[in-house]
Write a protein that binds this ligand. Structure first.
Ligand SMILES: Cc1cc2nc3c(=O)[nH]c(=O)nc-3n(C[C@H](O)[C@H](O)[C@H](O)COP(=O)(O)OP(=O)(O)OC[C@H]3O[C@@H](n4cnc5c(N)ncnc54)[C@H](O)[C@@H]3O)c2cc1C
Length: 342
């Protein structure tokens, strides 16, 4: 097997290939976790990019529940594998007004109706929906730990190896060609660059964050607010990672350029203060590119003979990306027939 892209999705794919007994080569144009998988908010939030009641309405109840359950399993796998860097802090969807509070209740009802854990929050931050089982992680430490584990288990990983061209059974880089039985392309926001046939289905989007701190304990939970536009986690050392405000950037955020911009960063500072009640003391600013799709569901399919594409998690890929990576491995190796997204 050859897996292109060494973010969380590609690394999970490699792990699954090894479990199935395959030999694996993994390639990355830059570094392990060098793109979004190592530079994100670190929220391990179960589900797809849509709130569960919306996912039920759009994908159907059984399908939405299957996707949610798959991400819960992946969350538990991460918690079990990486207890030193994952924190079971819960995920709070904080309502910013009455309308969002009503929507949180609808989400709670849908989750409970499908047997998933969730409760109502009424506390120092306001009101909203709390999923206590959800977690937060240092995303780069996660990628590095996963890469070390698959490397120790026999995967051959090559950083600094940009893939230029793909043919069935052949992966071309500047330094050589990998011959393999099947290929999984796990490059999320860069999918259409390698596989132009996906151009209309997965497009790049820049997401931005800042880090502040350390602060006194403000956030007992990882938080998403303003209908999911903004999100944050506070680490044990008191520092806070705060992201979002993509709506402020508008169409300019639909880009492969991963540089932070002044308007979005200024909006992040304002939102930080509104939500957390303190001014940020900014230590870092960053951005990365992810893949978006029209219906919010990722691509997981064989796009050319023996060439599988995964990506387009629409900004929520820490768990869903790994779910797709594992499924792509099993589908490509013929040990599974049905996609968990179907
Ligand atoms: C600021 C920000 C905050 C976010 N917050 C969260 C969050 O809190 N929770 C959550 O679930 N999701 C979050 N996300 C989304 C999440 O980061 C992504 O969905 C997920 O990391 C995608 O992982 P991946 O491995 O599929 O892709 P990536 O991390 O993009 O990895 C793809 C890899 O492919 C490599 N690559 C690209 N082109 C080539 C090529 N031609 N040849 C070889 N290699 C190539 C890249 O170098 C990269 O390392 C956030 C994203 C951002 C940017």
């Amino acid at each position: 097997m050859c897996v292109v892209g060494l973010g969380g999705s590609g690394l999970a794919c490699i792990d699954e290939c090894l479990h199935a007994g395959a030999s694996v080569v993994g390639l990355d144009a830059a570094r392990v976790g060098g793109a979004a998988a190592g530079r994100n908010g670190g929220l391990l939030r179960a589900g797809s990019s849509l709130f569960h009641h919306e996912a039920r309405a759009r994908y159907g109840r059984e399908r939405a529940a299957r996707i949610y359950a798959a991400t819960v399993s992946e969350r538990e796998r991460v918690m079990a594998r990486l207890p030193a860097i994952a924190r079971r802090c819960g995920y709070l969807r904080l309502a910013q007004d009455e309308a969002e509070a009503r929507d949180c209740r609808a989400q709670l009802q849908a989750l409970a109706g499908d047997g998933f854990e969730a409760g109502w929050y009424d506390g120092s931050l306001g009101v909203g929906l709390l999923v206590r089982g959800d977690a937060a992680i240092d995303p780069l430490a996660r990628c590095r730990a996963e890469a070390a584990a698959v490397g120790a288990a026999g995967a051959r990983l090559f950083e600094g190896s940009a893939v230029r061209r793909l043919e069935p059974g052949l992966v071309h880089t500047d330094d050589g060609t990998v011959r393999c039985r099947a290929i999984v392309v796990a490059v999320d926001g860069a999918l259409a660059r390698l596989l132009p046939e996906l151009e209309d289905r997965v497009w790049p989007m820049r997401l931005q964050m800042l880090a502040s701190g350390p602060h006194h304990r403000i956030l007992p939970h990882a938080v998403g607010t303003r209908w999911g536009w903004d999100y944050a986690q506070q680490r044990d050392d008191g520092t806070i990672a705060f992201g979002g405000c993509r709506d402020v950037g508008g169409d300019a955020e639909r880009t492969n350029d991963a540089e932070p911009t002044a308007p979005v960063q200024a909006a992040l500072e304002r939102r930080f203060e509104e939500v957390l009640g303190v001014r940020p003391s900014v230590t870092h600013r960053w951005a990365a590119t992810v893949g978006y799709t029209a219906d919010g569901l990722p691509v997981l399919e064989e796009v050319r003979p023996g060439i599988w594409a995964i990506g387009g998690y629409s900004g929520t890929g820490n768990l869903l990306g790994a779910v797709c990576g594992r499924a792509a491995a099993r589908l490509a190796l013929g040990v599974q027939r049905a996609s968990p997204l179907e």
